[in-house]
Ligand binder design. Structure first.
Ligand SMILES: [Zn+2]
Length: 185
């Protein structure tokens, strides 16, 4: 009898619990729940935290890369999910010079850029996105579909902006001034 009761419970109530999990589907985008930090932000690239190149002065690592680094680099494999660090609006999705394929997320007085992303954008300019929503993926090192792209690797193949390998470059502008992203994490 108790077994029958358990079967009854599992058939009728478990689907209801799943349907109530509203965070699974916001704007048809996948939501990854992580707790916001004291600035109200969540980490942009779950599972990857190593910084290969911090914000600030550096030896330019590849032709065309700036000797002042206006962001920080987080290596991760192609296809790694990138998530919105905060609720906001997508204000740019295109190829942006040294940044390669880039997504900009804007909110309040912040503009957050995700660079070297996959060119198959899953968000568009004007989209309102939720914190934790997957907005893109780490792109490949090489891209072949941008005629005006001046960046090339040592083999002469065009690269996804000024990059030597798959990574997220994240940039923070506050009131249109670049800041060290790690100030906010
Ligand atoms: Zn970078």
């Amino acid at each position: 009898m108790f077994i029958l009761f358990l079967i009854f419970i599992s058939i009728f109530f478990i689907p209801i619990i799943q349907c109530n999990d509203i965070n699974q589907d916001v704007n048809n985008g996948e939501i990854i729940n992580l707790d916001p930090n004291k600035y109200g932000f969540i980490w942009p690239i779950p599972g990857y935290t190593k910084i290969s190149s911090p914000y600030g002065k550096r030896q330019a690592p590849t032709g065309g890369a700036s000797s002042f680094h206006y962001g920080c680099d987080i290596p991760a494999p192609q296809g790694t999910k990138l998530i919105a660090i905060h609720d906001g609006e997508i204000t740019f999705t295109n190829f942006l010079g040294a940044g390669g394929f880039t997504i900009t997320l804007s909110f309040d007085n912040y503009k957050v850029t995700y660079c070297h992303v996959d060119s198959n954008f899953i968000v568009s300019v004007g989209d309102i996105v939720k914190q934790g929503q997957v907005i893109g993926y780490v792109g490949p090192k090489n891209v072949y579909n941008v005629p005006w792209n001046p960046y090339k690797d040592s083999n002469g193949n065009p690269t996804n902006g000024a990059t030597t390998g798959c990574h997220l470059h994240i940039g923070f502008r506050v009131d249109d001034k670049y800041q060290d992203p790690m100030t906010f994490f």
